[in-house]
Design a protein around this ligand. Structure first.
Ligand SMILES: [Zn+2]
Length: 417
């Protein structure tokens, strides 16, 4: 594998090894949730490197902390409860976990990055005491209104020690889509060790690196996601802090996620399940413990960019019009990396009124109301949130009336008539 020039090399946020190997370099990109308002249109935007490394020692795929979590998460625009499918997922999880670990009024459930209470709200009617920990004050406020007690703090060892000293250790400790977003990974996992009761259980969900690589989901890389985990690596991180994974599930959420179950290493009564050994073996067979495997990804990404641009250039030569659908964070990584602006996409549309009337960060493509598609009858509609492509093709199926076609960019550009 080619080594990068040894300038300003960062260190692995888990094991401290100097990071010398590029996983993929997506160039300079703005923060993907920083939508541009019309009055900001003539102002500059900060761009940061979207350069991802892989650690040769522990295989943690990671971005440097270019932007502090305080900057990203203190006033966060993402409210989990806006997505219906995510709420169904949260409800189903609650029923399953309460049953599996026999949680009741005597138990204590803590969620890290509890957002607007989208999950803990389902424990409340069951009479199970809960506590949310959420650094973004604006979303925490919504949770409190739903009777979900919420602490507005960043989680780490210090807060865990305060809670443990106050007798508030958890029987169930939950973290969904947070492990990837913490820059101080060791402090965070150590905090979980401190906060967990001796027989307690941790469950965490995060996107699975194996799916990201196999399905070429490079657009799910953005500055807010500091780490990208395989099971092999997350096991090492937990083990270093006295925690052992005893079960794992593969979920379809976010293009393919893992839900891991962890316990204290000393709590050997909970046996390590077959799903852990089976997935570990599958990752090893796929080469996730070899640097050569990681080296292949960058070339695959460049190839995808060339194919997408090739399609768009041809379409424009043929005089076709192209509109976007959706304004998700992943779309911003894709468009900025590929250099696709309003020279290719006339506009994009989004159902979220907060985004309408604004512009995509970096590419400055206007975000309009979905009705604009009917009005302008584009030849192609490029679907940016590809994880919802079936839903969108159904909702916007009327483009077929004028011969419009859908284009999905990931894993590889594909046209659907
Ligand atoms: Zn490392």
């Amino acid at each position: 594998m080619q080594r990068d020039a040894p300038v300003n090399n960062p260190c692995c946020r888990f094991c401290g090894t100097a990071l010398r190997h590029t996983f993929v370099d997506l160039g300079m990109s703005p923060l993907c949730e920083s939508y541009v308002a019309p009055e900001q249109f003539n102002q500059m935007e900060p761009f940061y490197p979207l350069h991802v490394y892989v650690c040769e020692h522990c295989f943690l795929v990671q971005l440097e902390e270019y932007v502090s979590p305080e900057e990203i998460f203190s006033e966060y625009a993402y409210f989990s409860s806006y997505a219906d499918t995510w709420l169904q997922h949260a409800k189903a999880y609650t029923d399953m976990i309460v049953e599996r670990f026999k949680l009741d009024e005597q138990s204590f459930v803590v969620e890290l990055a509890s957002n607007d209470g989208y999950l803990l709200q389902y424990f409340v009617p069951k009479g199970i005491p809960v506590l949310g920990i959420e650094p973004a004050a604006n979303v925490a406020e919504v949770a409190i209104k739903k009777d979900v007690p919420t602490l507005v703090r960043f989680f780490g060892e210090e807060l865990a020690r305060e809670l443990a000293a106050a007798g508030k250790q958890a029987d169930l400790l939950i973290g969904n889509n947070v492990l990837a977003q913490v820059p101080g990974l060791n402090d965070f996992v150590k905090g979980m060790k401190v906060l967990l009761k001796p027989q307690g259980v941790i469950t965490m969900e995060f996107p699975h690196l194996m799916r990201l690589m196999e399905e070429n989901q490079f657009d799910t890389i953005y500055h807010e996601h500091f780490s990208y985990f395989s099971l092999i690596t997350v096991e090492k991180v937990f083990a270093a802090h006295g925690l052992t994974l005893f079960d794992v599930e593969e979920l379809p959420t976010h293009g393919g996620s893992l839900r891991i179950y962890a316990r204290h290493t000393e709590d050997t009564a909970k046996l390590i399940g077959q799903r852990v050994t089976e997935l570990r073996a599958r990752e090893e067979a796929a080469g996730f413990a070899l640097m050569e495997t990681y080296a292949l990804f960058a070339e695959q990404v460049k190839d995808t960019k060339r194919k997408l641009l090739d399609f768009l250039i041809r379409a424009k030569w043929e005089g076709k019009s192209i509109a976007g659908y959706g304004a998700p964070g992943k779309g911003n990584t894709l468009l900025n990396y590929c250099g696709i602006r309003s020279d290719f996409l006339d506009y994009t549309v989004d159902r979220n009124p907060y985004k309408q009337g604004k512009f995509l960060p970096g590419t400055r493509i206007p975000i309009l109301h979905p009705d604009k598609i009917k009005e302008t009858e584009p030849d192609y509609v490029l679907i940016l949130p590809w994880n919802f492509k079936d839903e969108i093709m159904e909702q916007v199926g009327y483009i077929r009336e004028w011969g419009g076609q859908f284009v999905v960019p990931i894993p590889e550009v594909k046209v659907y008539s």
